[in-house]
Write a protein that binds this ligand. Sequence first.
Ligand SMILES: Cc1cc2nc3c(=O)[nH]c(=O)nc-3n(C[C@H](O)[C@H](O)[C@H](O)COP(=O)(O)OP(=O)(O)OC[C@H]3O[C@@H](n4cnc5c(N)ncnc54)[C@H](O)[C@@H]3O)c2cc1C
Ligand SMILES: NC(=O)c1ccc[n+]([C@@H]2O[C@H](COP(=O)([O-])OP(=O)(O)OC[C@H]3O[C@@H](n4cnc5c(N)ncnc54)[C@H](O)[C@@H]3O)[C@@H](O)[C@H]2O)c1
Length: 448
Amino acid sequence: MTYDYDLFIMGAGSAGAAAASKAASLGLRVAVAEQEALGGTCLNRGCIPKKLIVYAADFALHNKIAPDYGWSKSSSHFNWTQFIRSVHKQIDRINTSYKERFEKNGITLLRGHATFIDAHTIKVDEHKVSADKILIAVGARPFIPDIPGIEYAITSREMFHLPYLPKRLAIIGGGYIGVEFASMMNALGCRVTVIDTSETILEGFDDDIRKSLQESLSKRGVKFINNSTATEIKHYEEGLLLTVSGKYKKTIAADSILVATGRAPNTEKLDLDNAQVEMGEKNAIKVDEYSRTNQENIFAVGDCTNRLQLTPAAKSEAVAFVNTIFANHTETVNYNEIPSAVFARPEIASMGMTENQARSKFGDSVKCYSNKFQPLMHQLASTEEQVIIKVVVEGESERVIGIHMLGEHAADIIQCLGVAIRKGITKQDLDEAIAIHPTTAEEFLTLD
Ligand SMILES: Cc1cc2nc3c(=O)[nH]c(=O)nc-3n(C[C@H](O)[C@H](O)[C@H](O)COP(=O)(O)OP(=O)(O)OC[C@H]3O[C@@H](n4cnc5c(N)ncnc54)[C@H](O)[C@@H]3O)c2cc1C
Ligand SMILES: NC(=O)c1ccc[n+]([C@@H]2O[C@H](COP(=O)([O-])OP(=O)(O)OC[C@H]3O[C@@H](n4cnc5c(N)ncnc54)[C@H](O)[C@@H]3O)[C@@H](O)[C@H]2O)c1
């Protein structure tokens, strides 16, 4: 049987684009269907525009301490409309580079919505194509809880298209998205309230780190309502009213309400039944460690499989899939080795086990080294800004199994240390390394 393509990919987000480039580099005939802009969530409505807003918000935070560094106080005005226009121009430039890369690598791009006709045939709008292997890389979308008035709320997607900055912003959900937007919108001058069902924000991160981040954001003016959930949204003449219940019962007035309660796989409109592809929990595509579905020629990677919804995870799964299936090089993704960060201010980042995870796995053989200090920049400015670093080690050799940080440049520092930790370094290796002084990162080398 001959097919139009060796590999057909549904979705040109982080995962789909990475798989397409890798497969094309092996000389395969590759086609990709994309119904929206190339680059998917990360480029168009996720990591990239988010990080640009983080940079914009950093100016506001630096302006606050600038007088301590000799700058005279000056009034400054932030123009959100102008700024967000620049953000979208930058995204358009990157979109164009994606398109050029596809053309250069001989990847066929089919614009439209892809659905299954059978296990080897796909329809992209009205265009029918066949392929030997099919990769589902359709990503995820915001999960919207079913509460009365939820239609008045917006998601992270709309946050990047706000016509103006809301004065009062309520955020349902204190996970990655809720906390990042709380931090940047607070810095830009919004009055922010975060409602979360958990005792502390950012479940999954080390307890010391997430508690300290919640405290730091509270000191900056973000209000947190924990152990609670949103139960109703109503429209009134001056904006929106959000009813909260649980440990705290309140009504909050807001101009905008952001719902950030997780992301649901985009698996509903693919006609998966036509190819008899099985779904798992939460409508995710069910896959094995090689990203194989129950159909031998159909695979799935990225957010639609709901393993770890991060861009580097999506890309690694995509490359591992291509290497395993087409390059005769079996590869799986080690999820314990994937670092992650929350781009709040202060920033947090971590890799490996939290203290609790380590203690429940290894018991008393676990030891933690930590330090809390005021970073140099903030000593002169006399702000309360803190840095916390924590290293989790195990056994007599004191092998490092987890590193965690709150504070400036946390993501960049953990990224670099992560390379060494992946190679199995010990606490002694950290102690013996020579520092760059004066830096924040050097504190990892002098823990006792
Ligand atoms: C606000 C926000 C901030 C984030 N920040 C970070 C961060 O800082 N760092 C990080 O690592 N991760 C971050 N993420 C997560 C990251 O964006 C995702 O994990 C990543 O984009 C997943 O890639 P993917 O390829 O699986 O899915 P996507 O990037 O969502 O790509 C899927 C693509 O498939 C297309 N598609 C869907 N169905 C079809 C169909 N039937 N036919 C054709 N095309 C289809 C979609 O249009 C989309 O372009 C963030 C997410 C959000 C929402
Ligand atoms: N910096 C990054 O790497 C980054 C940034 C943004 C998003 N992401 C990815 O996107 C995913 C989705 O982000 P997210 O923040 O939407 O999800 P999340 O899973 O990180 O957090 C959801 C939060 O919402 C809370 N919640 C759930 N239902 C609720 C309710 N009804 N009322 C109040 N609180 C409720 C949960 O307790 C949780 O804290 C993340 O898990 C992450 O993988 C990553």
